[in-house]
Design a protein around this ligand. Structure first.
Ligand code: DGY
Length: 320
C-alpha cells in the first residue's frame, strides 16, 4: 500500500510503516500544500495520512480513485466530509483519547496566563519596560473557588475539570446536549442551559466538536451575557467564536480576557489587534503538542494504516 503523508512524523513511526510493507511519500516542504498539490499526490496513492486541516470533500474523493483509507493525525475530523468518504467506501481513522490530557493542560495554561496577563507581562520584560515594583500595577485575578463552565463535556473537558477542581477547588458547570452522569458523579458537575453557562462561568472553556450547531456559537450576544470578570478559553476550533465580537467584548471590558489556542483562520495574522491586548494570550494550535502525546498519536496512525493495508477495520474508525 502506498501512503501520502502531508507532514513528517517521528522516524520510528515511519519505520513501522515500512516494516509493514507500506510505502510512504512524505511532503517535506516548509509550507502547507495546496489543494491541487494534495489531489495530485493522493490521486496516485492508496491512503492518505492527513496532518493538518486540508478539506476532504466529495470532489477530493472523486479525484482520488485509488484511495482506500484516510488516516487523520488528529482527534478532530470536522475538515472531512465523513458522509462523502463513506459513500466512496473510504474508512476514516482518527486519534481519540490520547490527546485529552495534553489539550486540557493547554487550556489550563491559558487560563492562568490570562488571569495573570502573563503574555503581556512577558512582552513588557522583553521590551525593556520592567521598571520598578509597583504594588498596584500589573494586577491579575485569582481563580480560587471560581466557577468553571465547560462547553462540551467530553474527555478533554473532564480532564480540564479535574485539574481545576484539584488546583483551585473550582465549581464545575457544563453544557452538553445531554447530561453526562459520569461527570456529575466524579466531578460534582452540574448541567446548565447555554444561557446559564454564559451567565455563571468565571472561566468558560470550549471542548465541543465543530459542527453546524457550534460554529459561531460564541458571538456578540453570547459575550454580552458573560460576566465582566469571565475568562474565555478556546482550545477546540477557532470557528466557534466570532473574533470581531470577541475583540469588541474584550475592548469594552464585557469580559476579563481570552486565551486562544485556535483561531480562524490559522495561522493568525501577526498584525491582528487581539495580539496587542493585555488580557489576551494566543498559542499556535499546540493543544496536543507534547512529545509523549504526539508519539502516541503517530502510533495510532500507524495502527490505522496497517489495518487499512490488511483490508481490516480501522481500530480507530470515525465512519458510522
Ligand atoms: C486535533 O487533534 O483535533 C487537534 O486540534 C489538531 O487538529
Amino acid at each position: 500500500m502506498k501512503v501520502f503523508l502531508t507532514r513528517r512524523i517521528f522516524p520510528d513511526a515511519l519505520d513501522a510503516l515500512k516494516e509493514a510493507g507500506i510505502v510512504p511519500t512524505v511532503w517535506t516542504e516548509r509550507r502547507g500544500l495546496s489543494r491541487q498539490e494534495l489531489i495530485e499526490h493522493c490521486s496516485r496513492q492508496d491512503a492518505l495520512l492527513g496532518i493538518g486541516a486540508q478539506q476532504l470533500d466529495s470532489d477530493f474523493f472523486k479525484a482520488c480513485p485509488h484511495l482506500r483509507a484516510v488516516v487523520l493525525h488528529s482527534v478532530g475530523f470536522d475538515h472531512v466530509d465523513i458522509a462523502a468518504a463513506t459513500a466512496f467506501g473510504i474508512p476514516v481513522g482518527n486519534t481519540p483519547d490520547v490527546l485529552s490530557k495534553a489539550t486540557a493542560d493547554t487550556a489550563f495554561l491559558l487560563m492562568l496566563a490570562v488571569s495573570r496577563k502573563a503574555f503581556f507581562h512577558h512582552r513588557r520584560v522583553t521590551g525593556g519596560q520592567w521598571n520598578f515594583f509597583e504594588p498596584m500595577a500589573y494586577l491579575g485575578r485569582e481563580l480560587d473557588g471560581n466557577t468553571l463552565g465547560i462547553f462540551g463535556m467530553g474527555k478533554i473537558g473532564k480532564a480540564l475539570a479535574r485539574r481545576c477542581k484539584a488546583a483551585f477547588g473550582m465549581r464545575i458547570i457544563y453544557h452538553n446536549r445531554h447530561r453526562d452522569l459520569d461527570a456529575e458523579e466524579e466531578l460534582g458537575a452540574t448541567w446548565v442551559s447555554f444561557e446559564e453557562l454564559l451567565q455563571q462561568s468565571e472561566v468558560l472553556s470550549l471542548h465541543a466538536a465543530l459542527s453546524s450547531e457550534t460554529t459561531g456559537r460564541f458571538d456578540a450576544d453570547a459575550f454580552g451575557k458573560m460576566k465582566p470578570d469571565a475568562i474565555f478559553i478556546n482550545t477546540a476550533r477557532g470557528a466557534m467564536h466570532d473574533e470581531a465580537a470577541l475583540r469588541a467584548a474584550l475592548e469594552a471590558g464585557q469580559i476579563w480576557g481570552a486565551g486562544l489556542d485556535v483561531t480562524n483562520p490559522e495561522p493568525m495574522n501577526p498584525e491582528n489587534p487581539l495580539l496587542h491586548l493585555e488580557n489576551v494570550a494566543v498559542l499556535p494550535h499546540i493543544g496536543s503538542a507534547t512529545l509523549e502525546t504526539r508519539k502516541r498519536m503517530a502510533a495510532i496512525c500507524v495502527e490505522n494504516l496497517i489495518a487499512a493495508a490488511r483490508n481490516e477495520r480501522l481500530p480507530y474508525l470515525v465512519n458510522p
